[in-house]
Design a protein around this ligand. Structure first.
Ligand code: SAH
Length: 469
């Protein structure tokens, strides 16, 4: 080990940064997150030092360095662009018994500054001992994507309950298991979702149940939006929950590539539902989620797109709430956003559309939709989910209610996936073109002037995705 990792308490320690350029600025910004007393010394400073000075985080001394400047400091960082000056600073600092860091010259360093992942109070430091800082930064980037942004909150919660848990669970082995369950279970999940009060309540309930010698506390359900198909469009949170889940209940719309990212040992339950094969009726899905959670499982209810857009997510959480099962909802990229981007159709545009309406083309029972006239609005993009079956009827109704028959219209099939197909036509020809091309679900229909822009904007996506036009 060339360098020993230690975490320094910089509280009220006088630190000197020598240099006024961008490198010195980065060090100054980093130190300004601590409560060290920071002075920067240089003949001139980058303008971005100004906000740090104004917020009282740092003091500037405008002068050239000489060794008497080191007096009174505990820590020195040499960050000038002159390597021989940096070396001089290092030698004088060392002679005075100060700890010194020389930027980019590890051989002159008493300490080096690692790449950090800051989830305060949790800090992860990565160092290559100055040999390959870029490698350390790459590892840091990976960790950043792996560790939820709010992870520090878990550490805070653990800190708050630490002594009480010790009283209630005196055995250290049992306590370790308890914490594992709490941090990976509903308490942890609520905390990560920013539901601090609910997390604290769940924690109290867990402690109570242990005191009463009760059954393990209920599990947790996360309603997770899996996006429109491309696994790259998952959120970090979605991916993490999929990898921690005991059970995943998924829809037909969730792509195989996305399912492949679920933890291998997790139980996977298919819940349907194509129009023709209602595998599990909605009510049964609601019951299933409640039952699994009551068994103590970490359940992920994986839904295509966003759970709250034509996803019946509202109904599923109603039954969870009624049964007091802790749950969180993780938004996903809805089909409209995904398909529009990948087909090069901006849903709004300064010149063509100032509003955008999402509607479902699926009818409840046999009731016809009566409000088509509300949908024919100038400068508005109309996005129709579940519209393939009624496409002809919908388009005719729009024209009947005043839409120009040559209004541009697009049908996007399996948007964002390698199988994406885009049909561009007009509102009067789209249904026929869809029939000719054997369009099949899932399809999204976009109607409005903005569709014209797809020619201009879609070339690179279709090439990148190998999509067919
Ligand atoms: N909650 C989902 C929508 C569920 S309704 C969301 O936010 O996207 C199901 C409808 O969504 C499908 O009938 C289709 O109209 C649309 N859809 C979902 N994924 C799609 C995709 N990859 N390409 C085209 N349409 C899609």
């Amino acid at each position: 080990m060339d360098f020993l990792p230690i975490f320094l308490n910089p509280h009220a320690k006088p630190c000197l940064i020598i240099g006024g350029g961008p490198v010195a600025l980065r060090k100054a910004e980093l130190l300004s997150h601590t409560d060290a007393i920071v002075t920067a010394l240089a003949p001139a400073f980058h303008p971005n030092f100004e906000p740090l000075v104004r917020s009282g985080k740092i003091l500037l001394r405008r002068k050239a360095f000489d060794s008497s400047d080191l007096k009174g400091f505990a820590l020195v960082i040499a960050a000038t662009d002159d390597t021989s000056l940096n070396a001089t600073i290092a030698h004088s600092a060392r002679k005075k018994g100060l700890w010194v860091n020389v930027v980019d010259q590890p051989e002159l360093c008493d300490f080096i500054m690692p790449a950090i992942v800051d989830r305060s109070p949790l800090i992860i430091a990565v160092s290559s001992g100055g040999r390959a800082p870029i490698l350390a930064r790459l590892i840091r980037a990976r960790l950043e994507s792996l560790i939820p942004a709010n992870f520090g909150r878990l550490a805070e919660l653990a800190g708050r309950f630490r002594s009480r848990v010790k009283q209630v669970v005196p055995n250290s082995k049992e306590r370790r298991r308890f914490w594992e369950r709490v941090l990976q279970g509903s308490v942890g999940e609520l905390m990560l979702a920013g539901q601090t009060t609910a997390a604290a309540d769940a924690m109290e309930a867990t402690l109570d149940s242990i005191r009463d010698g009760d059954l393990p506390p209920p599990g947790h359900v996360a309603l997770v939006g899996a996006g429109p198909g491309d696994p790259d469009l998952l959120t970090f949170r979605a991916l993490r929950l999929m990898q921690e889940a005991d059970t995943v209940v998924f829809d037909r719309l969730v792509s195989a590539e996305i399912l492949a990212l679920v933890r291998r040992d997790a139980e996977k339950i298919y819940a349907g539902k194509a129009r023709s094969e209602h595998t599990l009726p909605q009510e049964q899905i609601n019951h299933l989620l409640v039952r699994l959670a009551k068994e103590g499982k970490r359940v992920v209810r994986l839904k295509g797109g966003d759970p709250f857009i034509f996803g019946r997510g509202g109904e599923e959480i109603e039954s969870l709430a009624a049964e007091k099962i802790p749950f969180t909802v993780v938004p996903g990229i809805t089909a409209a956003s995904g398909c529009a981007s990948y087909a090069g159709i901006p849903l709004t545009h300064r010149d063509y559309a100032q509003s955008c309406l999402f509607v479902t083309g699926h009818r409840r029972g046999d009731q016809p939709n009566l409000d088509w006239n509300k949908r024919v609005v100038p400068q508005q993009t109309l996005v129709i989910y579940m519209g393939l079956l009624g496409l002809q009827e919908i388009c005719q109704a729009l024209i009947r209610h005043g839409m120009a028959p040559d209004m541009p219209a697009a049908l996007i099939q399996s948007g964002t996936t390698p199988q994406q197909k885009v049909i561009i036509a007009t509102v009067s020809t789209l249904a026929e073109r869809a029939r000719e091309k054997n369009a099949a679900a899932p399809t999204l229909i976009i109607i409005g002037e903005v569709v014209k822009l797809s020619e201009k904007l879609s070339w690179f996506q279709s090439q990148e995705k190998g999509g067919e036009k």
